[in-house]
Design a protein around this ligand. Structure first.
Ligand code: NAP
Length: 275
């Protein structure tokens, strides 16, 4: 008997801004897969109901985004080691018995995105920000073997919480962010500064070695003021769109049975809808 279309989607509140439907829609069409991926606005109060109904509604899984990435955990049957290490879930797979398995693919997406430019020297990384995305970035940097990870956040308390979560992180105060860039091999902006509609990140790059890789996880605009400034002084840079594209790969593979490729055509397609 022919199987019906496989259905997945993204739950968030709000969710209308998400590029994930466009991204998964491209792959579904590119690989001629009989399936769908829908935006699903789910308020915090409706999350338990919506997650409980996944299997009965015939969904094979979902992504979850802000504000559900942490509150979803007690609603799942299992979470993988990556999600445990980060303390958040962004991908859920419904198995044949209707059980729900959570994973976190943000660290994977971050690393895959910078992998071609990852510096050979991994002595020191500096991460600006201490929100949910910074947590995934710090986990990725530890996995990549960085010996020293410095976290700098406007609100020091949040940076300290992150340092308690991952042993071996050093916290530097926000006003000292410029000085902290000396001897850095990798600089990551994991704040929302530089995003369209937000103020740019105010950062003096003069202490940063010219060999340091600079990456921004903000992807709208694609070239943030930080990336433009780093590029102008000769640093290698990687934009944040690839993180979004790569983090989607494991979910698509689990739901639709095909490991999709991140290509220039996909980037162009997704950017076409981002403006
Ligand atoms: P979040 O939990 O809300 O954290 C926001 C971070 O930005 C915090 O560290 C916050 O500092 C800092 N920040 C905000 N306004 C600031 C200001 N005026 N001055 C200094 N710091 C400021 O958000 P998130 O989930 O971590 O996401 C952060 C950014 O990453 C967002 O732009 C998001 O779109 C992007 N992102 C991209 C990807 C991707 O795939 N490329 C994935 C996830 C997230 P305080 O703690 O002091 O408030």
């Amino acid at each position: 008997m022919a199987e019906g279309p496989r259905r997945a989607g993204i739950m968030g509140w709000p969710v209308s801004h998400s590029l994930s439907p466009k991204l998964h829609g491209y792959w579904l069409s590119h690989y001629h897969i009989n399936g769908s991926y829908e935006p699903m606005p789910v308020s915090p109060g409706d999350l338990a109901w919506a997650i409980g109904a996944l299997a009965s509604r015939g969904l094979c899984g979902v992504n979850v985004t802000i504000p559900h990435k942490e509150t979803i955990i007690p609603l799942l049957d299992s979470i993988d080691d990556e999600a445990k290490a980060i303390g958040a879930v962004n991908t859920i797979v419904v198995d044949a018995k209707g059980r729900l398995h959570g994973s976190n693919t943000d660290a994977y997406g971050f690393l895959e995105n910078i992998a071609p430019r990852l510096p050979a020297s991994r002595e020191k990384a500096v991460v600006l920000g201490a929100g949910g995305a910074a947590r995934a970035v710090c986990h990725a940097l530890r996995r990549a073997g960085f010996k020293s990870i410095i976290v700098i956040n406007r609100t020091r308390r949040r940076a300290e919480e992150l340092a308690r979560w991952f042993a071996g992180i050093t916290v530097v105060d926000w006003p000292h962010r410029g000085e902290a860039l000396a001897d850095t091999d990798l600089l990551v902006n994991a704040t929302s500064l530089g995003m369209t509609g937000k103020e740019p990140l105010d950062l003096d790059l003069s202490a940063l070695p010219k060999s340091a890789l600079v990456t921004d996880i903000v992807y709208a605009p694609l070239v943030t003021p930080l990336l433009a400034a780093a590029q102008a002084r000769g640093n290698p840079v990687v934009d944040g769109l690839g993180m979004l594209l790569h983090q989607a790969v494991p979910g698509f593979a689990a739901w639709f049975g095909k490991k999709p490729e991140v290509t220039e055509a996909l980037r162009t397609h997704v950017l076409g809808g981002a403006s």
